[in-house]
Design a protein around this ligand. Structure first.
Ligand code: UTP
Length: 297
């Protein structure tokens, strides 16, 4: 069965970005000039997934409004003849068929994914987190879907990180396979101490999951931080036989990825992406040395 649905969890409390996230989902924070969730929706659509379920929390209005028409704004831009901005505003209106479901209580990423079960049903599906932006020039989701179609089971996106950073991620123990970019995941640990980490392979926020994950999540107890962890369910899936929807593989990602999950990496991502833009890059590039070394410039 092919993958057609994407799930985007956006119900977390976003505590690392308070007070910005007091009344706005973290996924609505702009990266340069576009909410991070729009990058993620565009990525899903680019991989052929046109049925998108957003898991929302308390403040779902801004998310729904962003992917809907804003007739008043469109009319004002039209009247001004500002067609360039009109195009930007309209770009998010009809990206995909977007559905919303409320998580109710933010009990963790695993719990958020479980909320998707009635919509997803018994099909394999993708999960994309707005905390990780994957450069559209280095698409990985289509490869992950192809690996799922070849082997069944679930597929993670794995990236080598320096050992002193592995404690920020889920970490995978893995064996090589016949494909240089695919590994068989044998174990997973959420945010291990760097000394105990079984590898330096970090789990990035893209998943293609077998629907068997729902049964596992339903019996997964709260783990690290008192939250129902997706990593704990994936560890169990890695140990389950293929006949029960088990088996976890990882696609090794070596492309460009921008972390927007905490304030410092979010600022870095904004600068990196703005530097690449034709409209902002040249001026920003010229300005940065003047703040970094006012004497030298
Ligand atoms: P994070 O742990 O990074 O998000 O979850 P958070 O809890 O919002 O952030 P902090 O740590 O308090 O700053 C990863 C993803 O899972 C979603 C988040 O919205 C984010 O996209 N999530 C997390 C949920 O949808 N529900 C939850 O209960 C927890």
């Amino acid at each position: 069965m092919s993958v057609t649905k994407a799930v985007i969890p956006a119900a977390g409390l976003g505590t690392r970005f308070l007070p910005a996230t007091k009344a706005t989902p973290k996924e609505m924070l702009p990266v340069v000039d576009k909410p991070s969730i729009q990058y993620v929706v565009e990525e899903a659509v680019g991989a052929g997934l046109d049925d998108i379920l957003v898991i929302t929390g308390r403040s779902k209005r801004p998310l729904e409004d962003h992917f809907d028409r804003n007739v008043e704004l469109e009319a004002a831009l039209e009247a001004k003849g500002d067609h360039a901005r009109l195009e930007l505003v309209a770009a998010s209106n009809d990206l995909a068929s977007i559905h919303y479901v409320r998580q109710g209580n933010p009990l963790g990423l695993g719990h958020a994914v479980l909320t998707a079960e009635p919509h997803v049903g018994r099909e394999p599906f993708a999960v994309l987190l707005g905390d990780d932006l994957i450069d559209p020039r280095d698409p990985v989701l289509a490869r992950m879907i192809a690996v799922r179609e070849q082997y069944g089971g679930s597929v993670l996106c794995l990236m080598e990180v320096p050992r002193d950073q592995i404690s920020l991620y889920g970490c995978a123990a893995a064996q090589t396979t016949d494909h240089a970019d695919v590994v068989l995941v044998t174990d997973l640990v959420e945010k291990p101490d760097s000394a105990d980490a079984p590898s330096t392979l970090a789990v990035i926020g893209r998943y293609v999951l077998d629907p068997a994950v729902f049964g596992v999540l339903a019996r997964t107890q709260p783990g690290r931080g008192g939250e129902i962890q997706l990593t704990d369910a994936l560890r169990e899936l890695a140990r389950m036989p293929a006949s029960e929807g088990g088996g976890v593989r990882g696609v090794l990602f070596t492309g460009r990825r921008y972390d927007t999950g905490d304030r410092l990496s979010y600022l870095k991502a904004n600068i990196l992406l703005a530097l690449e833009r034709d409209d902002l890059g040249p001026d920003l590039r010229a300005w940065l040395p003047t703040v970094l070394d006012p004497e030298g410039s």
